[in-house]
Design a protein. Structure first.
Lengths: 110, 143
């Protein structure tokens, strides 16, 4: 598969977009990334593998910890086709929606 | 501002599982993830008609003035950043009751027709086709 296809695959899932959203704020450890999601850890690992294949994240070892950081370059390839604000608002609204979904799930658990 | 300049409009919709008034209030609360004021490096926010905002994120400044605040139905404000090339664009967010949920529609209009924008016009359908195809394939895969 070409890189563009990898990037499109990587951003086609809301969880992966949420991971990108989190990493856009700064590098994080695997546990920090997995923490907000209800999915199994190996599902998060698979999401990270797809993001890595697309070149959207990279891992760096710092002492004992491995930090995962976001690389925006591959998205620019896609951004040539989508207005940057289309991408911006989609990412924002995904996070916003996810906030309410989590809130609803917490209410239902009670 | 020149009237002859071509502009672009971006529209994004989401169904939010909460009542409109809750969604409306959350959209103006900087603590809630996903709204434009969240994750700010610096934020000045005065969400009243003719109130201003300043939002600094990843080193990029955004400025605007609220032009409509109609709780819980509609919020409109202007939006200027490096990406609007100095033009004053407009963000309109509406909240419509949809059963127990709220249909949220965000329209960002008056965006300058820059190179990225023209690319959008030419390539959006191509992108969307591929994106949807990938999305369908991805959802068919075992995650």
């Amino acid at each position: 598969m070409d890189q563009l296809t990898d990037v499109l695959t990587a951003i086609s899932h809301p969880t992966r977009r949420a991971i990108i959203g989190k990493l856009a704020a700064g590098p994080a450890r695997f546990t920090d990334i997995a923490e907000p999601f209800d999915t199994a850890l190996n599902a998060v690992t698979k999401h990270l593998k797809l993001l890595e294949r697309a070149g959207l994240i990279q891992r760096k070892k710092q002492g004992r910890e491995v930090y995962i950081s976001f690389r925006a370059e591959p998205l620019r390839q896609v951004a040539g086709w989508v207005h940057e604000y289309e991408q911006f608002w989609n990412e924002r609204l995904d996070q916003f929606e996810q906030h309410f979904q989590k809130k609803k799930q917490q209410k239902e658990k009670k | 501002m020149s009237e002859s300049k071509k502009t672009i409009e971006v529209k994004v919709e989401r169904t939010i599982p909460a009542p409109a008034v809750e969604v409306f209030d959350a959209w103006l609360d900087p603590k809630i993830p996903g709204n434009p004021w969240n994750m700010a490096e610096k934020l000045l926010l005065n969400p009243h008609v003719d109130g201003f905002f300043y939002w600094l994120i990843q080193g990029t400044s955004h400025y605007g003035r609220f032009t409509e605040i109609e709780r819980p139905r509609r919020i409109q404000h202007t939006w200027m950043s490096r990406s609007t090339s100095g033009e004053e664009s407009t963000v309109t967010v509406t909240f419509q009751k949809k059963g127990e949920d709220t249909l949220m529609t965000l329209v960002h209009s008056g965006l300058p027709d820059t190179e990225g924008g023209r690319g959008h016009e030419k390539g959006w359908n191509f992108f969307l086709d591929n994106f949807l195809k990938k999305f369908t394939e991805a959802s068919g895969e075992k995650a």
